[in-house]
Design a protein around this ligand. Structure first.
Ligand SMILES: C[S@@+](CC[C@H](N)C(=O)[O-])C[C@H]1O[C@@H](n2cnc3c(N)ncnc32)[C@H](O)[C@@H]1O
Length: 260
């Protein structure tokens, strides 16, 4: 498995819907983001395109398509994984197989019109060194006043973010979770102003689930749990242990980031 695929985990495509207890294909879990997106679409002047950055199997766009019921809006799922996109082709939803860093406004909107970007659970894939560049690229595709609505993993306190980052680092994964404060600063530095910042339910990830997704053997899993517990102790609803097993919680927020 190359480094990039390893970072994404080995569960994609057909297997994706079952991951983390079905979280990514669960209507209730998706509802806060879907409702936030729908609340920003004025039926009298809808965007010409809604583009889901790292849209995976297209679950969020399918929910939006059902509730929006407006075939004139281009719904576009952009993802770098062909296996994820192979599950996404449905009705009104177009797919573009490319990295977010290569997406161009002109490809999404051949004619004039407004663009709405959405995203769920993707910014942490860019790592601490890549998140600024990715946000800057997204911003460059937007016009002032357009929105980027995203549900992003981030932690209330710096110390909780440090714990999660250490857990991923010792596992060999290049994912990075900011604190809410850090994320707000990075968004502002890249030309966004937040008009909404709302906490949603955290996603619990059991050590078994984590091991399955990233192919971690029992010995390594045990060592990861022990190291984190020795360094940070147990923090309810952030990192909890039970015997040799552990559960960490990915805290998330929905942001409406407007291009300034
Ligand atoms: C955790 S999944 C979330 C999928 C989807 N947004 C959802 O909530 O159901 C992250 C997705 O982002 C995609 N991804 C990660 N980094 C990417 C990048 N740089 N460019 C395009 N897609 C990316 C992955 O292939 C994966 O499908």
């Amino acid at each position: 498995m190359d480094e990039e695929l390893n970072n994404h985990g080995k569960i994609t495509g057909k297997l994706w819907d079952g991951i983390h207890g079905g979280y990514f294909s669960n209507k209730d879990a998706a509802a806060p983001l879907v409702l936030t997106v729908l609340s920003r679409i004025n039926p009298l002047s809808p965007p010409a395109a809604v583009a889901d950055l790292g849209g995976g199997t297209g679950f969020i766009l399918k929910e939006i398509a059902q509730q929006l019921n407006d075939p004139s809006i281009r719904l576009i799922n952009i993802d770098m994984s062909g296996s994820q996109l192979s599950e996404s082709r449905a009705g009104q939803i177009l797919t573009i197989h490319c990295p977010i860093e290569a997406v161009k406004r002109e490809t999404l909107l051949p004619q004039n019109g407004t663009l709405l970007f959405i995203m769920r659970s993707v910014l942490h894939y860019f790592g601490s060194g890549g998140i600024g560049g990715a946000l800057s690229h997204i911003r460059q595709q937007m016009r002032p006043g357009e929105c980027f609505i995203h549900q992003t993993a981030c932690f209330e306190t710096d110390s909780h973010a440090v714990l999660l980052n250490e857990l991923f680092r010792i596992t060999g994964l290049n994912k990075w979770f900011p604190s809410v404060n850090e994320l707000n600063k990075i968004l502002s530095a890249n030309g966004f102003i937040q008009t909404l910042d709302k906490e949603v339910a955290a996603l619990p990830v059991s050590s078994r689930d984590f091991a399955k997704r990233y192919d971690i053997d029992d010995k390594m899993l045990m060592e990861i749990g022990q190291k984190i517990k020795a360094r940070y102790g147990e923090i309810p609803k952030v990192f909890e242990t039970c015997g040799g097993e552990f559960t960490f919680y990915l805290h998330c927020r929905i942001f409406i980031s407007e291009a300034v």
